[in-house]
Write a protein that binds this ligand. Structure first.
Ligand code: ADP
Length: 629
């Protein structure tokens, strides 16, 4: 029993937290409007019942036409007012509901944007978010359920409570001596039996609701899988235009159809199982009001037969008690869905509670006009979270002020990891990195990031206006944007843009947006890094999507582009690195050589020599071709 109360307390606390979040994201108003609208929906038939009883009693009794007219007018006007009020609330609620989805999705987006980068790269975090989104999308669960369920809860609660108020009179009128069957039903015994039956019905509702909640809860996992399959086959695949080629060339149509049928069958089998189980439980709970109404008829008719209540009372009380039963049914159903939804709420909060472990220092970074920022790696080793092997080992490296450093090595040798540590996307597992002698963790994180202009291999540009994309801001200095684009080699392309800097990239926001090629996008990303004009310029294979001519151009201009900044450039093309002051050679997570191109080549048995030899002939041919046109 203690465990039951403990669990109930836990579940209620979770619900409360959910509702608090609903209010925090500004959906409290929608919730209240929905509650008000549903309360009016529940009240309206009870008011009609009450006045109908009064009218019938008047017709069977005094037959005062004036009173009858007053009652009819009152019934119509109260209902009219309720209707108008309900419509008004509904319109207001609909306006508020238009942003519900985006407000809920904003909760996910905010978390994603503010979490430690290591969580962003963690596939398990994405899987969890995917699951949460699916349950919101396809079944309206999670936060959405809290909002949508208010309807049923408020209607059920107000319906049940107002029915009790309306039927109080029925129980206060009793006969003292139960001589026959009619007297028995009209006595306190009848009332007690009715109360007992009511209690039994409520218990059955409660049990049914619990079974429903449990069934729905146990279906969460298969439902997620079903949703995922559905989304893949009917959403992702049809929207993927690349699919058309492969399906034709490999004759995959049959395979695809069979797989889709299999997935369709799975979804059907799943829903059938749920429907059968829930259907039978719902049938039991739905039959309860009818069982009760049978007994209510006996009590009410006995009292009417014995003259305790008039015909109007019969209409009012029978209606009221039946409404009480249906109100309870709604309330319990709403509650059971709400508690079943806690499973999804818990998942949501697990995601939102992922805490940021990165230490955010408070020290401001020095603002230096001379760009004298010295970065040093001190015996830095690093393992990615949840992995055993080190991606970097014992790295000692000084980024000399104003130098151009190239970083080379085979795939997986730790080059990008080094950049991620430099930009504090991750913190070292061992050792430390210093900026002007102070551990970079002690600096204010945002101020530290402001020191870097980085173009990652997997950079991202939004489909905003070109000028905004380069400046990463709504307002910008047009001339500086133009200069950055020119330096990145996009001057000619800019001249062709229909609205110059105000041209939208891609067509997501604007029909007239221009589709830019992979290479052009990469140049825009380089221009964005140049516009930021930070003391460190970091390029992680910035030319991977460029054609050989553009790539050669970027590297040729590299020293001009980087100006007096300290720059780090990862490249898979060793010939390009000759433009740099020093070359750092990585192998299996270790820095194995560092020096100028000529120095490194002199060590004949070195890793750099081997890499160079492997590419040299290709470069010679390619470069002479490029240089000679
Ligand atoms: P490079 O840039 O030289 O190609 P990386 O720095 O990207 O190499 O990768 C170094 C090693 O770290 C590789 O073994 C790679 O598989 C591993 N690695 C990279 N990113 C992650 C990650 N997010 N989680 C786990 N391991 C990773």
């Amino acid at each position: 029993m203690k465990q039951f109360w403990h669990k109930l307390k836990d579940e209620c606390a979770l619900l409360l937290r959910g509702y608090r979040l609903v209010f925090q994201i500004g959906k409290g108003k929608e919730l209240l409007l929905q509650a008000g609208q549903s309360a009016l929906t529940a009240l309206s038939p009870l008011i009609t019942l009450y006045f109908s009883g009064q009218i019938i009693d008047e017709l069977a009794g005094a037959r005062d036409s004036r009173h009858l007219l007053d009652l009819a007018a009152l019934t119509v006007s109260v209902n009219l007012v309720l209707l108008l009020l309900k419509n008004f609330l509904n319109r207001k609620r609909e306006a508020d509901a238009s942003t519900t989805w985006s407000d809920v999705y904003m909760v996910f987006a905010r978390k994603l944007l503010s979490m430690d980068y290591e969580h962003v790269e963690d596939v398990r975090v994405h899987e969890r978010l995917d699951q949460i989104k699916q349950l919101h999308n396809w079944s309206g669960n999670g936060l959405l359920r809290l909002i949508y369920n208010m309807n049923e809860l408020a209607e059920g609660f107000v319906g049940a409570a107002s029915s009790i108020a309306l039927s109080i009179g029925l129980f206060s009128l009793t006969v003292g001596n139960p001589a026959g069957a009619a007297e028995l039903f009209a006595s306190h015994w009848g009332t007690a039996l009715l109360a007992l039956l009511l209690l039994i019905c409520l218990m059955v509702f409660f049990i049914c609701s619990k079974i429903e909640a449990k069934t729905m809860g146990s279906m969460a996992e298969p439902m997620t899988l079903g949703n995922r399959l559905f989304r893949y086959f009917y959403w992702t695949l049809p929207n993927d235009h690349k699919l058309g080629k492969d399906v034709r060339l490999y004759g995959e149509r049959k395979l695809l159809r069979e797989e889709m049928e299999e997935a369709g069958n799975f979804i059907y089998r799943f829903f059938r199982k749920v429907a059968l189980k829930l259907g039978s439980v719902e049938a039991v709970s739905a039959s309860m009001p009818y069982l009760m109404s049978l007994f209510v008829y006996l009590v009410v008719l006995s009292k009417a037969y014995l003259g305790l209540i008039g015909i109007g009372g019969v209409v009012t009380y029978v209606g009221a008690v039946n409404r009480f039963a249906t109100g309870c049914q709604k309330l319990f159903h709403g509650l059971s869905e709400l508690f079943a939804n806690n499973l999804h709420l818990r998942r949501l909060f697990e995601f939102l509670d992922l805490h940021n472990e990165k230490y955010n220092g408070t020290l401001p970074t020095e603002k230096r006009d001379d760009g004298e920022y010295l970065i040093e790696f001190h015996d830095v080793s690093f393992r990615y979270p949840n992995t055993e092997t080190y991606a970097l080992r014992h790295l000692n490296l000084k980024l000399k002020i104003g130098e151009r450093l190239a970083v080379v090595g085979r795939n997986g040798s730790g080059k990008t990891t080094m950049i991620k540590l430099l930009c504090r996307l991750y913190d070292p597992t061992e050792g430390c990195i210093t900026l002007n002698g102070i551990d970079i963790q002690k600096y204010n994180y945002q101020e530290y990031l402001d020191l870097f202009s980085v173009v990652f291999q997997d950079f991202h540009l939004f489909s905003f206006e070109l000028g905004q994309s380069v400046a990463a801001s709504m307002s910008y200095d047009e001339q500086r944007v133009r200069n950055s684009l020119k330096e990145a080699g996009l001057e000619e392309r800019l001249a062709q843009m229909p609205h110059s800097l105000h041209t939208y990239l891609n067509k997501d926001f604007d029909e007239e947006g221009v589709e830019v090629s992979g290479g052009e996008t990469q140049k825009i990303a380089i221009a964005r890094a140049l516009y930021k004009d930070a003391p460190f310029l970091v390029l992680d294979e910035p030319t991977a999507a460029l054609d050989p001519v553009s790539e050669f151009e970027v590297y040729r201009k590299f020293s001009k582009i980087s100006g007096n900044k300290t720059s780090v450039c990862i490249s898979h093309r060793l010939s390009s690195c000759r433009f740099c002051d020093r070359i750092a050679v990585f192998q299996k997570g270790e820095l194995v050589q560092i020096g100028s191109h000529d120095d490194l080549l002199q060590e004949e048995s070195s890793h750099y020599h081997a890499l160079w030899d492997a590419q040299a002939q290709y470069y010679d041919e390619e470069e002479s071709h490029l240089l000679l046109g």
